[in-house]
Write a protein that binds this ligand. Structure first.
Ligand code: HT7
Ligand code: ZN
Length: 851
């Protein structure tokens, strides 16, 4: 397969003035008639052939200015159609094509496909080329008119509705857009309507479209949308720009959701929620993703990316904006901790392995493989650092300039950095390395105390990553605060700007040696390497005025304890447990924060920590150590845990808000620990009585872990068999919580279950993502889970390569483990690679993982 390089970018030789599309929908034989008005692009002088992407299309007719393109001047391959320059007039011309496509046979869920009897599309990144011939690249932007003909009662596309009649509907999107934002939906759908008036007085009709029967689970999504629209006006001054905003929920969807102009399409799991069916985490995700897709209207749609290498321009910024939104809606420190947990679990893991790449990669084979934690989450962290460096005002000025200067553009990271430079007068050339260099910097720090002066000396080092052996120093904003021995803050949070490989910062005139709180709020995505005595960590856990670092101190203590349990057979530390006990009973602290403090580091996190320290992690020992610590915590803190469990029970009717959700999260965190010593008694009572899915799912997980779920599992299935999203949970919970030695067997049994509809991405992810998340089960010494997993990747690949490739990242950490495990994984990866007809997606991923 061909590698595409950023350095080869060239503008398309033609501009598009308008696009007219007619769809005659039929499951196996949909006709697409396109009329595209092209004009020469002055940025590319001379005469050029017209190359239009096109895949899996049956070309019926192709005309230029009304005349058939002579066969000798038209070349059609698997990748597209080329009209020779001699067939093209000098100036503007009209291309018309009629093609036939097969939505029902489209199992890859890219282009136009069918889900549960409805037609829907997914065009990002390169799906539009499976709908018709087109320059399917983000820098070609055009206004679209669409006519849909079908017998479906609801027919939707981008923009505003213009006319409709029996069997047809027409839509007009006046905003020039790239093809990846095109969308069409037709089906038997019902809607939850609402409306929003923008601050300049435009009334927008809002609709959430779902299958009949799902309407009673849309209210939270609608409420989230209205809050998102309000927030974007208040925080960024961004208004919505069409008369309608439609959201459609689809059961078969490769990712979470898609920001198509005026017609967002969502995985139904990110729309549908009721207290009985959705957990608090589901509610929080729905709110965040509704916001994310809505925010793309400005950061992604009005200003898009010049090419796919610039993906983090829209994704990093939109994630950053959705994180800000969630912080505003919920708790800022809790959100920051959750985001850092996710960053470390997904992005640090990626950055430390064979799939490491910069937020702006410089080459790719299959762009779908670059919708990664690095592009999204690290992309957002980089913006967080920019904001920290230029301050809130500088950030606001830069964003205003970005929207003013680039509205309607397909922009680049260079454009983005330039607005910050122009708005703030800073030189960001060194900062740019965060976009172009892969890898997570390690930041070590030493302290020197003499004559009332504290000197902190930092050293940064970024290990080599694939294709980038040497790394230059980056600009690192290090947020520091100082506490005196009583716990009073003597230096409030201050940003130190590190630019050198090694750099010292001095704090003079101090009365006594302070305790430094470093990297407050996780001010940069780095690994802080710092030998800190347990007593100092305990001090920070008790006193740090920065909530993130307070949590971080507890986290580091837990990790230190667990690492020593794994490597030196140490006993669980009593000091750590007492510190945890004090936190647990501190009612002045937000329950959600306390719940996060109770959560022990994951097994994968510990494996990563050990690997970073140059040790090969033993999954069984890690599992045993973590279980032992959890049980010991439960034994020593049984009373406060039990009191907390009771005190945090819901009072009054269910609310999905952050306060109520925080109480439930503390309650189920306490339950998870108590379950280790009460034999599942509380879990059984809760399972029988739970009125919400957060508690019901947590109780079921506990029952599985306690080995007493024989009745609960079939009961749960029986109760929820009509609800696909809840049955996804039923699959996932069973594999995630299976005992390590049984995990592969459980997964195999579930894979044979009649409900295991593996062509549905959510269902496939539940089972396969579930087993991959069971660290000791996935890495069981028998290799059974590796085999099972590889078998399924091979089965999924021809049907849905995007999903197979994405799931293959479960193997990205293979080099961490011992020689036997490495040999087993390598053999599975080789087996996959030698399969005939392997997709470009999975071939690229397995090749990169093997290195
Ligand atoms: N911009 C979207 C990314 C995306 C996607 C979504 C659904 C299915 C396939 C997809 N490929 C890429 C989603 C987002 O980041 O908002
Ligand atoms: Zn996005």
């Amino acid at each position: 397969p061909q590698t595409i390089y950023l350095k080869d970018y060239q503008p398309f030789p033609f501009r598009i003035e308008r696009v007219d599309l007619t769809f005659r929908l039929a499951p196996k034989t949909t006709r697409v008639i396109s009329r595209i008005a092209f004009a020469p692009n002055p940025e590319r002088a001379g005469r050029h052939d017209l190359f239009l992407h096109g895949e899996k299309l049956r070309l019926i007719a192709a005309r230029i200015d009304g005349a058939d393109v002579p066969a000798a001047l038209l070349t059609v391959t698997d990748e597209g159609a080329t009209v020779a320059a001699q067939a093209l007039p000098d100036g503007p011309f009209l291309w018309e094509a009629e093609v036939e496509i097969d939505p029902e046979g489209n199992t890859a869920l890219e282009g136009l496909y069918m889900s549960g009897g409805m037609y829907c599309t997914q065009c990002e990144a390169e799906g539009f080329r499976k709908i018709t011939y087109y320059p399917d690249r983000p820098d070609v932007m055009a206004p679209f008119k669409v006519r849909i003909e079908s017998d479906m009662p609801v027919m939707l596309s981008n923009g505003n509705p213009t006319a409709s009649g029996p069997g047809w509907a027409e839509w007009d999107d006046p905003w020039p857009k790239p093809s990846y934002l095109f969308a069409l939906v037709a089906g038997n759908l019902v809607n939850l309507p609402d409306s929003f008036t923008t601050r300049s007085g435009r009334k927008v009709d809002l609709n959430i479209w779902v299958r009949p029967g799902d309407l009673d689970r849309c209210a939270f999504a609608m409420d989230s949308l209205i809050r998102s629209m309000t927030w974007d006006e208040e925080a960024y001054g961004r208004e919505y720009d069409l008369d309608v905003f439609n959201i459609v929920a689809v059961d078969d969807f490769n990712m979470g959701a898609m920001e198509n102009k005026g017609l967002n399409i969502f995985n139904s799991k990110l729309v549908l929620a009721s207290p009985e069916t959705a957990t608090d985490l589901d509610f929080e995700r729905i709110e965040g993703v509704i916001a994310h897709e809505y925010f793309h209207n400005w950061t992604g749609n009005r200003i898009t990316c010049r090419d796919w290498f610039q993906l983090c321009l829209k994704e990093g910024l939109t994630v950053f904006r959705d994180q800000q939104f969630t912080s505003a809606m919920r708790s800022e420190p809790v959100k920051r901790i959750e985001d850092v947990l996710s960053l470390r679990a997904r992005q640090f893991r990626e950055d430390m392995g064979p799939l490491a790449h910069p937020p702006r990669p410089s080459s790719f084979v299959e762009i779908n493989n670059f919708y990664t934690a690095t592009v999204y989450e690290k992309g957002a962290e980089v913006i967080g650092m920019l904001k920290r460096l230029v301050g809130d005002d500088g950030y606001a000025r830069a964003l205003d300039l970005y929207f003013d200067r680039h509205d309607g553009d397909a922009a680049t990271i260079e454009d983005w950095l330039k607005v910050f430079e122009d708005a703030t007068g800073r030189d960001l050339s060194q900062f740019k390395r965060w976009y172009t260099d892969a890898g997570t910097p390690r930041l070590s720090v030493s302290e020197d105390w003499r004559d009332g002066t504290l000197t902190l000396t930092f050293t940064q080092m970024t290990p080599p990553t694939p294709g980038q052996d040497t790394k230059l120093p980056r600009v690192i904003p290090i947020a520091v605060g100082l506490l005196n021995p009583n716990g009073d803050e003597i230096l409030p949070t201050t940003i130190l700007e590190m630019t050198e490989a090694t750099q010292s910062f001095r704090f003079a005139d101090l009365a006594s040696r302070p305790v430094a709180s470093i990297l407050r709020g996780f001010s940069a995505p780095v690994v802080l390497e710092r030998e800190v005595p347990a007593s100092e960590r305990a001090f920070l856990l008790a006193h740090d005025t920065d909530p993130f670092n307070r949590w971080e101190a507890g986290r580091a203590l837990a990790k230190d304890v667990l690492v020593r349990m794994v490597t030196d057979d140490d006993a669980p530390s009593a000091d750590y447990i007492s510190a945890l006990g004090r936190l647990l009973t501190d009612d002045s602290l937000d329950p959600a924060f306390r719940a996060l403090c109770l959560r022990l580091p994951s097994e994968d996190d510990l494996a990563q920590t050990l690997a970073e320290a140059g040790r090969s992690p033993d999954p069984d020992r890690i599992h045993t150590a973590r279980e032992t610590l959890a049980r010991t915590v439960a034994e020593r803190l049984v009373r406060p845990l039990a009191l907390t469990y009771d005190a945090m029970a819901d009072r009054g009717p269910f609310s999905p808000d952050a306060t109520a959700a925080g109480r439930r999260s503390l309650r189920v965190a306490a339950l998870g620990l108590l379950n280790r010593i009460d034999g599942g008694a509380r879990a059984q009572t809760l399972f029988d009585a739970a009125g919400n899915m957060t508690e019901s799912a947590a109780a079921l997980a506990c029952l599985i872990e306690a080995g007493r779920a024989e009745a609960a599992l079939p009961a749960f299935h029986e109760r929820w068999k009509g609800n696909r999203l809840v049955i996804d949970k039923w699959f996932m919970i069973q594999v995630v919580h299976a005992a390590p030695h049984q995990a592969a067997e459980v997964a195999e049994r579930l894979a044979a279950h009649p409900d295991f509809d593996w062509r549905n991405p959510n269902r496939a992810r539940s089972l396969l993502g579930g087993i991959a998340a069971n660290h000791a089960g996935f890495h069981h010494a028998s290799g059974a889970a590796y085999r099972f997993y590889a078998d399924w990747l091979l089965r999924l690949d021809p049907v849905n390569p995007q999903i197979a490739a994405r799931l293959s990242t479960a193997f990205e950490t293979w080099a961490r483990y011992d020689a036997d495990r490495r040999a087993m994984v390598a053999a599975e990866l080789q087996r996959i690679r030698s399969a005939p007809g392997l997709s470009r997606d999975l071939s690229e991923m397995t090749g990169r993982i093997l290195g």
